[in-house]
Design a protein around this ligand. Structure first.
Ligand code: HDD
Length: 684
């Protein structure tokens, strides 16, 4: 270990292999000292009914380990899920950056990505309305590079000194620890109205972006403006984007809440299952690049993390692809112990004076010291670079490395002054020599003070359905706020974003409906609307609802088409196990109305069956209705068609009614699955 060797996509896996234990299968049980055990069910007692003896080293060891097996959860982003993968660059980025992993399209760099929610604790649900974390560790030949991103391209605040306040306000309230994993409470909205730089972020948080359908179907954003620096020392400003190859898709709010109860692990299971089935999660890396001379060319400050760079003004250039293709072996060892840090950079990538970024550079190491129990967390297998690393840092809690040699200081003569530093030409990191001067002040530039124009730009960019979702989200969130003053303050604030929008939700929350606001920004950015995203059926989940006595020709025809279009189809009935068709064919039911319902799937196909009883019919009708209310594609044949019609639901886009065996029926169903949702029903 710790030797120079060529890095490829397998390098991290090979390194982890050195730390993997054999599994317990067929092994003899021992203590941690290697002593074989003859008994693991009874502690050592004085007599059969007597007290337990202190000399029971086996009990003491087992219980002590158990008593200490929790570590503090992350102060934010506590609930997460991760996977391994690889990254390849499409074309050399040499003219912009000397970062080695961005030079050669033939090189694959191993990566580890942890997705997360932000507010809930580790055991909370996957589908709250929340920002999602999207943190990537690139194990490069020049050391670890961490892109610690979110699925929203901006942030709540401009200066990290406000981060503890933001987090205290949005986390459960301190006196009663209510509510869990939710922003819908007084302290958060009070904080929002008293910190109006949050306006743009709140618009995103109220939008569909905050309830993604899957980690595999959301964008990622580095948020801050970073710097690319090339071999000649020339710098460009850069913003990083991850673009999912499946498009950016969301749940609807009612569905997300129901999923939280039916299946709190919905999103982690989605990623785990997809990777196990060979449906690797793929994201393209995009960069927005800006010449330094254009720093002041915009009506926002490029150092302000509450602002996007509209893609129509500064295009996103796609430069590479990341593929997540391997699940972890052990959640704690990998997902829980991974430690990200925006300050983990490689030559060719540097920081800017974005005041939010600057504060993050302090916070991440600090938090790992507590969370992972000392300064040696870089030695934990998941955190180790795949390139060699040497320095004079020694000792501390949990030190693993046995550093050899007499000398642990610099400069020295006894070890030929090694380990030695090297020049930038030899790969040594040199900070970009930006000229800075100024007086020490606690104040922010005037150029950071427009809090509303981009919030309005976001609103202007939404489709009619997306706008309605935002209004509904405000109604939900503020509907949970008990203080009328807080509700009024929020309404007064958002009147400055869009008056019509604010009037629409103000009416529902018992406040004075505003009649004027200050912003009249007219810009929009089509790239922000999810209506314009990629739409395809691949990896979507369809459920086929059948009862005994079903028509096997219909069902088999649809199953075949789904399968051949990359849709994962699965059978649901009123019971698990074999369901028998009229012709004697059997299909295996893996879900029931009780275990899953419609919310666990992207699309439903209800066939029914001649032997369906009244209870089946009732449950199937509920399933159809729920899928309908969540705007999902619905295909119905046989009894399914009767149950659909009996509910007087309106047939329209996304409703495919007919006979399963026709090609037209199946093709229409696939097209509907690609379309994702049918918002026309929103007005029904
Ligand atoms: Fe942060 C975790 C992303 C602002 C302080 N942050 C954390 C994680 C992500 C982000 C994805 C989870 C990493 C993981 O999976 O282990 N954070 C962001 C983004 C931000 C941001 C995109 C704004 C652009 N964060 C931010 C600020 C501060 C922090 C302003 C403090 C000054 N973040 C932390 C932290 C965490 C963290 C307290 C908690 C656990 C951890 O770091 O490792 O240090």
């Amino acid at each position: 270990m710790n030797e120079e060797k060529e890095i490829n996509e397998n390098s991290k896996n090979e390194q982890l292999e050195l730390f993997r234990s054999a599994d317990n299968q067929d092994k003899i049980m021992t203590t941690n000292q290697g002593l074989k055990l003859s008994e693991d069910e009874f502690s050592l007692t004085a007599g059969e009914r007597g007290p337990t003896l202190l000399e029971d080293f086996h009990f003491r060891e087992k219980m002590t380990h158990f008593d200490h097996e929790r570590i503090p959860e992350r102060v934010v982003h506590a609930r997460g899920f991760a996977a391994h993968g690889e990254f390849e660059v499409y074309e050399s980025m040499k003219s912009f950056t000397k970062a080695k992993f961005l030079q050669d399209p033939n090189v694959k760099t191993p990566v580890f990505v942890r997705f997360s929610t932000v507010v809930g604790s580790r055991g909370s649900l996957d589908t709250p309305r929340d920002v999602r974390g999207f943190a990537t560790k690139f194990y490069t030949e020049e050391g670890n590079y961490d892109l610690v991103a979110n699925n929203i391209p901006i942030f709540f605040i401009q200066d990290g000194i406000k981060f503890p306040d933001l987090v205290h306000a949005i986390k459960p309230e301190p006196h009663n620890e209510i509510p869990q994993a939710s922003a819908a409470h007084d302290t958060f909205w009070d904080w929002v109205s008293q910190n109006q730089e949050s306006a743009n972020m709140i618009m995103w948080l109220m939008s569909d972006r905050a309830i993604p359908r899957s980690f595999r179907m959301m964008e990622g954003f580095g948020v801050h403006t970073f710097r690319f620096v090339n071999e000649e020392g020339k710098a460009h400003f850069v913003k990083f984007h991850w673009k999912p190859l499946l498009g950016t898709h969301s749940l609807v709010w009612d569905e997300a809440q129901k999923l939280g109860g039916k299946d709190p692990d919905f999103m982690r299971k989605d990623l785990w299952d997809a990777i196990n089935m060979g449906n690797n999660a793929e994201f393209e890396l995009g960069v927005q690049i800006l010449e330094e001379k254009d720093e002041f060319a915009f009506d926002f400050d490029v150092l302000d993390a509450t602002k996007i760079w509209p893609e129509e003004d500064i295009p996103v250039r796609i430069i590479g692809k990341m593929t997540l293709n391997r699940n972890v072996d052990n959640f704690f060892a990998e997902t829980e112990q991974v430690a990200f840090h925006p300050g983990n950079v490689v030559p060719g990538i540097d920081f800017t004076n974005d005041p939010l970024l600057q504060t993050r550079l302090f916070s991440y190491t600090d938090t790992q010291l507590l969370r992972l129990g000392g300064p040696n967390f870089h030695e934990i297998p998941i955190n180790r670079p795949v390139c060699p690393f040497f320095n004079n840092q020694r000792d501390g809690f949990h030190r693993q490395t046995i550093n050899k040699g007499q000398v642990a200081y610099h400069n020295n003569s006894l070890a030929n002054n090694s380990p030695k530093t090297v020049s930038p030409a030899e790969g040594g990191y040199a900070h970009y020599q930006e000229k800075v001067e100024g007086r020490k002040i606690r104040a922010r530039s005037e150029s950071f003070k427009d809090h509303f124009s981009q919030a309005t730009l976001f609103w202007n960019s939404m489709s009619a359905a997306e706008k309605q979702h935002i209004i509904d989200a405000f109604r939900f969130e503020l509907g949970k706020v008990k203080s009328k003053d807080v509700r009024q303050n929020v309404v007064n604030m958002f009147a400055n974003v869009d008056l019509d929008m604010t009037q629409a939700f103000a009416k529902a929350i018992d406040v004075v409906v505003p009649t004027s606001g200050t912003t009249n920004a007219t810009k929009s950015s089509p790239a922000l609307s999810q209506e314009n995203t990629l739409k395809k059926p691949n990896t979507r989940k369809a459920v086929v609802v059948i009862a005994d006595g079903f028509n096997s020709i219909n069902v088999k025809a649809v199953l075949e088409v789904l399968e051949s279009n990359g849709v994962h189809a699965t059978i649901l009935s009123d019971k698990l196990g074999p369901i028998k068709a009229l012709d004697g064919t059997e299909l295996e039911s893996k879900h029931t109305f009780l275990t899953d319902g419609s919310v666990a799937f992207d699309a439903v196909y209800v066939e029914g069956g001649a032997n369906a009883n009244k209870e089946f019919e009732k449950d199937a009708k509920i399933l159809i209705k729920e899928a309908y209310m969540h705007y999902k594609p619905i295909a119905v044949t046989s009894e399914g068609l009767l149950w659909f019609e009996a509910q007087q639901l309106v047939k329209g886009p996304g409703i495919i009614a007919g006979k399963g065996q026709t090609t037209e029926f199946a093709t229409q169903f696939i097209e509907a699955i690609s379309a994702h949702r049918f918002w026309e029903r929103q007005v029904v």
